[in-house]
Ligand binder design. Structure first.
Ligand code: SF4
Length: 472
């Protein structure tokens, strides 16, 4: 896995017919499948005929939930859940999701993935109207906007629609009122959200299709940008009045965020990575003996590189799976040892060999530099670094923590300087043209962090400086 960009969030929702499925347990299992999208906190809200129970906490799904917690939530005909990595708001239980509130029109549970770029502005507006916020997360702003609009509308879905119109940024939301389950995506379609179903007719929504098979369901389709889907009494109501014809999905979902067994907008994440590796080999060939991938998201592209170049693929690294989010932050003097604990080279595979090392991205360059050093320490003769996406030259404002320009290595150095900094014998990045080709040439994407052209106006933030680089 790549270290320096964090996953975003994952959401899941299920509506069951006549309690034919255990909504609570389905949600619990589905969140396991989405765990790669966020490891800081998680939660499940369950609706049993209008009574909503919610439990959330910081930690992994397996740490937060056990049999007792699941039994306390009880059975339900609907449930929503979320795994979170914070791109805004602190990492604490108050900011964990789903958010559950009781307002004048009834209960509401809400979970989302994305980043509301006008959250601060909206928050101020609502505070001036008397709202009191309990967390620093923009989820509460969304919930407040919906409840505020609900007072002036006839239904929750109308309130959601009014809210979609005032929110800026990226959002894929699942929410539950006493009677209804609603899924909605922003009008640009930055973040994935798809619909699935089981053979019994139960309806599901998920950030990624990989969660459906876990609970015995199958992928139906991607939610359209701006689409609002409401389920009540087993009936599906579609509102496409805000829909745009085409989406601008975050292209980095295919490179890194999503699980390889997911299908997003009809394109397989696995195939996209494999194809990226093949095109990378064509674009940046190397005279080498073996190809290795940086675990985990560089591995498939490395296999593609090997297939195209004819160079042998071998496992270059072992990653310690048991170092979790609570791993002690090391002192400077301990950093090298920590790097070795997290990632080790398999020396017999790289010793005295010219190695092509494939990774998914370079942000600051510090992690890449450490990994190159690991290969050198294992006596690799040469290290040729190949990256399966273009250089990051701009920050992301739409739900990832790709950093401010001042921290992006490609904003400070040219290719040769970067190569020298990371200590590689050669360095090559996949071009944007080839990255798009690897996924689907006909599809439109957000590629703002690569070329600075965002599909929506960006907020006026002069110092986007949220960064937390994990250490190998
Ligand atoms: S700016 Fe980059 S990371 Fe952010 S949504 Fe667009 S493509 Fe994805």
């Amino acid at each position: 896995m790549k270290s320096s960009i964090h996953e975003e969030c994952g959401v899941f929702a299920i509506y069951t017919k006549n309690f034919s499925y255990d909504a609570t347990k389905s949600c619990f299992f589905a969140l396991h499948a989405l765990q790669h999208r966020g490891q800081e906190s998680c939660g499940i809200a369950v609706n049993n005929k209008g009574i909503i129970k919610n439990y959330k906490n910081t930690g992994l799904v397996s740490e937060v939930f056990n049999n007792e917690k699941i039994e306390k939530l009880g059975i339900g005909n609907m449930a929503i859940g979320q795994v979170r990595y914070s791109t805004t708001g602190a990492s604490c239980v108050e900011n964990a999701q789903p958010l559950f509130i009781k307002h004048v029109k009834g209960p509401l549970a809400l979970a989302y993935n994305g980043n509301i770029t006008n959250a601060a502005e909206l928050r101020k507006k609502f505070e001036n109207l008397g709202a009191i916020f309990q967390s620093s997360s923009d989820t509460e702003v969304i919930a407040y906007a919906i409840t505020y609009n609900r007072i002036k509308t006839n239904s929750i879905e109308e309130a959601v629609k009014k809210t979609v119109k005032i929110l800026k940024g990226s959002f894929s939301i699942v929410l539950m009122s006493a009677q209804k389950l609603i899924a909605v995506k922003d009008t640009i379609g930055f973040r994935p959200l798809c619909m699935g179903k089981t053979k019994e007719g139960n309806i599901m929504f998920s950030s990624e299709s990989c969660a459906f098979s876990i609970v015995g369901g199958e992928f139906v389709r991607e939610i359209k940008p701006g689409e609002i889907i409401t389920i009540q009494n087993g009936k599906i109501k579609l509102d496409e009045s805000l829909c745009k014809n085409e989406s601008r999905l975050c292209i980095f979902e295919y490179v890194y965020f999503a699980r390889p067994d997911s299908i997003i907008e009809n394109s397989s994440v696995y195939k996209a990575r494999l194809e990226s590796g093949k095109l990378l080999a064509k674009e940046h060939p190397a005279k080498a003996d073996v190809v290795v991938g940086v675990p985990y998201s560089g591995v498939i592209a490395a296999k593609g590189y090997s297939m195209e170049s004819g160079l042998e693929y071998c496992d270059g690294f072992v990653k310690n799976r048991y170092i979790g989010r609570s791993f002690i932050e090391p002192t400077q003097s301990m950093r090298e040892s920590v790097v070795k604990i997290k990632l080790s080279a398999i020396e017999p595979n790289v010793k005295n060999k010219r190695v092509v090392m494939v990774d998914d991205s370079i942000v600051r360059g510090t992690t890449c530099k450490r990994i190159v050093k690991i290969l050198r320490n294992a006596k690799a003769k040469e290290v040729h670094v190949r990256i399966s996406c273009p250089c990051f030259k701009n920050p992301c404002y739409f739900g990832t923590d790709i950093d401010s320009k001042e921290n992006l290595i490609a904003c400070k150095m040219n290719l040769e300087e970067m190569r020298e900094y990371i200590g590689a014998d050669s360095l090559g990045f996949l071009s944007l043209k080839n990255l798009k080709k690897a996924i689907n040439e006909k599809q439109k994407f957000c590629v703002g962090c690569y070329n600075g052209k965002y599909p929506q106006s960006i907020p006026n933030i002069t110092n986007k400086n949220k960064f937390d680089e994990e250490i190998y």
